[in-house]
Structures are given as C-alpha cells and as structure tokens.
Design a protein around this ligand. Sequence first.
Ligand code: TXA
Ligand code: MG
Length: 319
Amino acid sequence: MEEILIGTDLQLAQNFLEKGDCVAIPTETVYGLAANALNPEAVAKIFEIKNRPAFDPLIVHIGSLDQVDALALHFPEIAQKLVRKFWPGPLTIILPKKNIVPDLVSSGLNTVGIRMPDHPITLALLRNLDFPLAAPSANPFGYISPTTARHVADQLAGKLPYILNGGPCHVGIESTIVSFINDIPQVLRLGGLSIEAIEAVIGKTTVSTQSTSNPAAPGMLSSHYAPRKPLVMGDIADLVKKHEQLDFEVLAFRDLQGHPGIALSKAGDLREAASNLFAALRTLDQSESDIIFAEPFPETGLGRAINDRLRRAAGRHTD
Ligand code: TXA
Ligand code: MG
C-alpha cells in the first residue's frame, strides 16, 4: 500500500470494509479510522495503524437508531431522550454492552460507546453496510485529530487503502461522551455538543473528565491531542512579557494583539473557533517557531471543550 487513495467512492469504501480492511471516514467532528466493529481481526488493524494502546476503547458508529439494541443490553429512557434530540450528531453514549461487541472494541470493559455521526456520506455508508463501524479519530495515538482528508493522508499514508473524502469537518472537535451506567448520566469527555445543550434536555448533569492513570475514558489522558512543539496556555500579554526571548506564535480566540499566529474566530464565534482548532494547531506545530502561546477561551458552550483540548495539548508543558 504505497499510494494512498483519497476519493468519494462509497462502493469502494464498502468493499474494503466488507473485506475486513480499514477505511478513513469523514464525520462532522473529526475523521475516523473505521473497521467492522463486529470483526476482531478488522478492529485489531485499527490499533496497529494508530499505534493505539489496547486499553483505549473505540466508539461504535451506527446509521440507524434500532442498531443500539443489537449492541447494548439496556437503553435507558433518559439516554433515548438525549439521542432523539441530538442524533445524528456529536454525542457518544456509553451503555452496558452485549457479547456481540468484541472485547477489543471495549478494551475489556462491559460497556460500549455508540454514536450516530452527522455526515451525509458516512451515514449513507453506514446504512449500506450490515455491520456497525468501530472508529477512533484517524490520527496516530496522542497526536492532533484530523479534520480534513489531507490531514489523514499526511499522517497515515501507506498504512490504509482508502480515505473517503467528505470535505472539512464542520464541528471540528470530537464528540461529547455521556455515560449512562446505572441510568445515571455522566459526561466523560467534553466535546462538540455543549453541556448547556445536554442539560436543556435532561437537566443538571455531572461532568467528570479528570484524567487518571486508569481513565474511564482514556481520551482523557492529560497529554492527549498534543502538538510536538511546546504549547503554553495563559494570558498572551503576560506570556510574551515573560518569554520575550522565545520565537513564539499565538493561538488566539478573536485577536492576535499584533503578534504572529492564528486567531480562530475574528467574529468571536465559539463554533467557528472549534471548527478551526485542530487545523490551526497543526499549522502552528509545523511552522518555524519554537513555542505556541494559547489563550484561554470563554468557559461557555464549545469554549469549554476548546479549553479542555488546549489544556491537554499543554499537558507536558505547563508554564
Ligand atoms: O467525535 C468522535 O467521537 C470521533 C469520531 C471519529 O466519531 N471519535 C473519537 O474516537 O474521538 P477516539 O477513539 O479518538 O476517542 C474515543 C474515546 C476514547 O478515548 C475512550 O476514552 C472513549 O471514547 N470510550 C469509548 N468507549 C468507551 C467506553 N466503553 N467507556 C468509556 N469511554 C469510552
Ligand atoms: Mg482520538
């Protein structure tokens, strides 16, 4: 597999997946690295290609609501209420799993993460297949998630036969993960669906996204989503004053304050900022500067998920 194919051929993608190969797929959040979720050998290829530790479980993607019952032992009313409102969309639910879900998908947990992505091409693919697709983000483990087909090709060329191109991801940040174990909703990962939107449907919800060495949601590892060069979070003017000898660039919300770098949304729109976040991190990571200074975003709506990703990107490099 020297040459990586990028295209929009649904039939070709389907053929590879039916053979047990991996295909990169577009979603509204980030690109996924997909394989037949019910075939452990196909799933093993995902771990191999991503260099992903086997303790990190995968999300299972479905194209219709009735597929939940095939995967989960129990679908609480409160979870049904939430998905009726937000699926297809950037919401993953964690439910007790049936045996049909391979241990490799759930990393030995007795639960499974399920999501219906909101992307026309991938929904069509899922509806043509007679199995669901396990898919983590299509990046090497620990690096920034891809939001274009080109990002996937840049990192995984030669490792998979096909990238289904669905254009840039419009949400741009991974799904929000809500666990419903014992029928109690608990947010495990902040993401593309805001807490405010969730709470408007099911009321006050606990957010427990702390990172630990044995995380319930290993996307919570503190150095996840990290660029290769150091990223420090803080007030830009203070950082510049403190580190004026460094060759830095700035990752800002609206305004660069005269410094080099990228502002994610000049209009001050958090959704626009989220959709630009990962592409901007990649650009800054690949530039000539030595360090990235990122400013904290407002702690509201998608600003919370953006701050979460920036803190994890800063993981190893606290100021
Ligand atoms: O938006 C998204 O969710 C993207 C697209 C491709 O759908 N996928 C994604 O997958 O972000 P990934 O593997 O990068 O992150 C999935 C996270 C894992 O880190 C894991 O922590 C959590 O989902 N997860 C999956 N199954 C779980 C389970 N049974 N219990 C707890 N967490 C789970
Ligand atoms: Mg990921």
